[in-house]
Every structure is written in C-alpha cells, then in structure tokens.
Design a binder for this molecule. Structure first.
Ligand code: COA
Length: 281
C-alpha cells in the first residue's frame, strides 16, 4: 500500500503554492487525500470537501497536525445549490480560490442490461454533473481574481471500452470533453482546465468500486492475495508497480504550479503505461 504523501520527500519546493487556496472534492480519502496532503504541504490552504464528515474531518486533523493549513466542508457534488454555496463561502472566507480539484467520483461494476436508472444517474451525476457544477461555480471567482486552475480526475477505461462500466466510462468520457471545451472557453479568463487519468491505485474506495461480480469474467485487479497483486504489477503494468495517491498528487501539483502555465485542455495519463499494455477484457 502507498506511503502517505507527507512521509515522502516531495520534488516540489515547499512554498510552491504559498498563499493559494485549493478546493479538493472527495479530498478526505484515497487519491483525494493524497492530493489534499501534497497541496497543503506545498503551502496552499486546502478546503477538503466530501460527503462524509468522518472523512473530511479526519483528513483536516491529519493535515493540521503536520503544521499545514486545511479546513473541511460537507458537500455532495451532485447538489448544484450546495456546490455554489460552498464555493461562495470559500471565496468569502479566504478572499480567493486558486485551484479546484474535481476528484470526487463514484463507481461500481454492474451489467448494463440491468443497470437501474438510479444506479446510472448516481454515477453520472457524481462524476460528470459534479465536475461541471464545481467548475461552473468557481468560474466567476477565478475570473474575477484574474485566473485559476481546474484539474479533474478522469480514467483510461473508456479509451477502449470496459464491460460493466457503462455509467463510469460514459461519465469520464464526458469529463474529458468538458475539460477540452472549458479549456478553450475559459482561456481568455486565464483559467487553465486539465484532467488526469489515473491507472490502478489500490486505495480502499477503488478496491470497493473495482470488485467485479464473481461470475462476470472481468478480472479483479485488486484481488486480495498479495502475490497476485505483485504478479499483476510485474506483468500488467509496464513500469512494474501499482500507482500511489502521490503519483496523482504530483501531477496535480505540477499543473497547479506555474510550471503548467501554458498547459490547458490536456488529459494526462498517469498509469505506469498500463492502458497501452492491457489486453482487451
Ligand atoms: N451494482 C448495481 N447497482 C448498484 C451498485 C452495484 N454494485 N451499487 C449501487 N448501486 C445502485 C443502487 O442499487 C441504487 O440504485 P437503486 O435505487 O435503483 O437500487 C443506486 O446505485 C444508488 O445507490 P446508493 O447506495 O444510493 O449510492 P449513492 O448515490 O449514495 O453513492 C456510490 C453512489 C457510487 C458512491 C456508491 O455506490 C459507492 O460507494 N460505490 C463504491 C465506492 C466508490 O465509488 N469509490 C470511488 C472509486 S472511483
């Protein structure tokens, strides 16, 4: 399992994001927590947003315990009015909002033929609507302050199609399209819009989401046995290891920093080469 971001030496300058404010949705656990931790370690005040207080409160306590700045807010990104209210509150409290990380996502394996309308709606609303609602809400704040960065999480499964993931692959394809469109539309406002497509990262949430039904024939990448995990990393991931939240957080930090000043509308695959090498399911 991955080490905590703060246990690892960052390649970035410690004050890289000093004075900046970042909102990370789903920022209390898994990949989102890694992103929250790194942005805070680089000097940003991080607002950790998630549906469950137990998640965002624990994350904020851990970040503060290391001497970094963070606060938390309960937010379901599917709730348009709540999203706008939270963004207004963050802007009013801090006087700015520099970075939005659309990390909140929901997912599970389910056969398309029997997927209930609510199951479809649930994932598409979290992954796609939530990304749009949050991006739209930060736009006036970022425009008014002279710019900002929006970074969304995507995936690689829709590049070739992936059984039992119609809802998530459709939603993430939408996130890719949204990223490119908003990048062009909001470039005059100096808002850079990019996305990251993570490869397999065995956090608890991802393990839960990517456990296929037993009789589906879809491989369980995160099957419990450690030797199977190690074998998959050796044979299925060209760079020979599983991803960590820090792998994704590093790309977020790069895009949030001035190093990314001329990058917009890009979707970065951060997966150790996995999708290029993965056989069709
Ligand atoms: N297979 C089929 N349908 C499922 C399902 C599964 N594994 N899990 C949830 N659903 C359906 C529910 O049955 C419900 O539909 P229904 O009302 O027709 O029965 C609908 O999806 C919504 O379920 P609910 O439990 O109310 O979910 P939610 O909206 O509160 O949260 C998720 C949705 C996706 C966050 C939640 O299912 C979940 O925790 N998923 C796994 C963890 C995860 O997604 N992690 C993110 C990793 S990328």
């Amino acid at each position: 399992m991955s080490a905590s971001v703060s246990d690892l030496r960052s390649v970035f300058r410690e004050d890289l994001l000093k004075g900046q404010v970042a909102l990370v949705t789903g920022g209390g656990t898994g990949i989102g927590l890694g992103i929250s931790e790194l942005l805070a370690a680089l000097g940003a005040h991080v607002v950790v947003a998630s549906r469950r207080p137990a998640h965002h409160e624990a994350a904020v306590s851990a970040i503060r315990a290391r001497g970094h700045a963070a606060s938390s807010v309960a937010l379901d990104v599917r709730d348009h009015a709540a999203v706008h209210a939270v963004v207004q509150e963050v802007a009013a409290t801090h006087g700015r909002l520099d970075v939005l990380v659309n990390n909140a996502a929901g997912n599970f394996y389910a056969p398309s033929a029997t997927l209930s309308p609510n199951a479809w709606k649930s994932v598409v609303e979290i992954d796609l609507y939530g990304t749009f609602y949050c991006s739209q809400a930060v736009h006036p704040v970022m425009k008014q302050q002279g710019g900002g960065r929006i970074i969304s999480t995507s995936m690689t499964l829709h590049y070739r199609g992936w059984p039992l993931m119609a809802h998530a692959t459709a939603a993430k394809a939408g996130v890719d399209a949204l990223t490119r469109t908003l990048a062009v539309e909001w470039a005059p406002d100096r808002i850079r819009v990019n996305a990251i497509a993570p490869g397999p990262i065995p956090t608890e949430g991802v393990r839960k989401a990517f456990a296929p039904p037993a009789d589906s024939g879809v491989p369980d990448l995160f099957a419990a046995a450690e030797e199977r995990m190690a074998e998959y990393a050796r044979t299925g991931i060209p760079l020979g290891r599983w991803g960590t939240p820090q792998d994704i957080a590093n790309m977020v930090a790069f895009l949030a920093s001035p190093a990314g000043d001329w990058i917009t509308g890009a979707i970065f695959v951060v997966d150790g080469g996995e999708w290029l090498a993965k056989p069709a399911p």
